[in-house]
Design a protein around this ligand. Structure first.
Ligand code: GDP
Length: 420
């Protein structure tokens, strides 16, 4: 059985918590896209972990964690995270696709240089090299993991590609050229350590599907950051959609039985781009503090807003949702009244379908106000024990989305969950 756990918003919905929780009864957790540019926080009996590149099943001995073909593999970041786990007494089972591509040191450098060049028009990149990485991948000047074990071939391609990259470095950024030998040596330092983890992960996963194993596909970011469906160009450079997970992992598109879309009970957003529900001033401050809305990777304060039914319904549709996991509901306990965005006003009309970017930039939120519950609900595990207004809030969201809210998360820990 294959379940995708993916984001319905702009990211940071609590996918890590849901994956960690569902991994208890799963055999395999797969990362299928993205790199170390976003963080998942998991809190369990072994402590608190901020994962960036490693799948969220790493804390379980029985789970095999897979870095699939679609991932941007930064070997420095990968081993730093791996070593941190080892240092904390966790020995994760990890396999890495031979077809995953390598994040090169110059990808990170290009990301930094380009954001600097753009100045106030920058994209708010996490500067992890993601955009230059995927640009190279699709320009077919990337490097697959398998090439690490063909040193002559690797060195030859590196020399050619560094020559091209150096021309850009000089002409656009007035920077010194790349030294292919230095990059080669850097990669070789990691290659032997990586080697025992590398295999044809698609074959492994296809066998696992055939054997009826339970597999979680762990999406990064959220639907509104998808390169095709999201708020382009303020998207990521890959697809964090459940539909893409089968491509990035290499299994049949028919194999997914559940798409669990993780949706936040309010909104948050890191980086630039239209965010119609955005709050500022005191309201934003209170919500940001209540939800500890600071980026896991960057520490940046996240932009925050009320729940946005227009954006989230669209995000759930893009994901092909079968179940919604509504998270961080407890964060709203401080409010007596809870505003919700139910429509967008643009050019004198109210719309309820999420528009494309140029229109989005002109939209203003249409707000409905619901009664809050104004008491602590952290850690409640039974639906009936939630205050009546809290149940009403969740039912309102369920109706606005048109997808069943199957899980309600009432705190950061694994056991803070209601299964409806
Ligand atoms: P991800 O990238 O989607 O995994 O999300 P993040 O890890 O960036 O953000 C989710 C944050 O909320 C983490 O710090 C989680 O530990 C925490 N979290 C997840 N679910 C809940 C919840 O229901 N309530 C509270 N209070 N915190 C939660």
């Amino acid at each position: 059985m294959v379940k995708a756990i993916v984001g319905g918003n702009w990211g940071d919905e609590g996918k890590g918590k849901m994956t960690d929780m569902l991994a208890a009864d799963s055999d395999i957790v797969v990362r299928f896209q993205g790199g170390a540019n976003a963080g998942h926080t998991i809190v369990n009996d072994k402590g608190k972990f901020a994962l960036h590149l490693l799948p969220s099943g790493v804390c379980y001995d029985h789970v095999t964690n897979v870095i699939g073909h679609g991932v941007a593999l930064d070997l420095d970041r990968f081993f730093a995270e791996y070593d941190e786990l080892l240092g904390r007494g966790i020995h994760p089972k990890i396999i890495v696709s031979d077809r995953a591509q390598l994040m090169m040191p110059y990808h990170v450098r290009f990301d930094v240089l380009e954001e600097e060049r753009l100045g106030k028009n920058s994209f708010g990149s996490t500067k992890s090299g993601i955009a230059p990485f995927y640009a190279d991948k699709y320009q077919k000047i990337g490097f697959q993991v398998c090439e690490l074990f063909e040193p002559d071939r690797l060195m030859k391609r590196l020399a050619d590609i560094c020559e091209y990259k150096s021309l850009i470095l000089k002409a656009v950024y007035q920077q010194p050229p790349l030294d292919p030998k230095e990059i080669f040596d850097h990669l070789m330092r990691h290659a032997q350590r990586l080697r025992p983890m590398v295999c044809d992960t698609a074959r492994f996963l296809n066998s696992a599907v055939a054997e009826g194993k339970t597999i979680l596909m762990e999406g990064q970011l959220g639907a509104l950051r998808d390169v095709d469906h999201g708020i382009y160009p303020f998207t990521t450079s890959s697809s964090p959609l459940a539909g893409f997970s089968t491509v990035g992992a290499g299994i049949s598109p028919c194999s997914i039985s559940n798409v669990i879309t993780v949706v936040k009970a309010y909104s948050s957003c890191v980086g630039a781009g239209a965010f119609v529900c955005e709050l500022d001033g005191e309201q934003a401050h209170l919500l940001r503090e209540a939800g500890h809305e600071y980026g896991v990777t960057t520490g940046r304060p996240r932009r925050v807003g009320w729940f946005d039914a227009v954006a989230t319904r669209y995000g759930c549709m893009a994901q092909g949702t079968t179940d919604v996991a509504l998270t961080l509901v407890d964060v709203l306990s401080y409010l007596e009244k809870i505003p919700v965005v139910t429509g967008y006003e643009v050019e004198g009309k109210v719309i309820t379908d999420f528009p494309c970017t140029p229109v989005l930039d002109r939209c203003k939120p249409v707000i409905e106000v619901l009664d809050g519950w104004n008491c602590d609900i952290m850690g409640i595990t039974e639906w009936e024990k939630l205050p009546k207004n809290c149940r009403r809030y969740i039912e309102f969201i369920e109706k606005a989305l048109g997808y069943p809210v199957t899980y309600v998360s009432t705190g950061p820990a694994r056991e803070h969950i209601i299964y409806r």
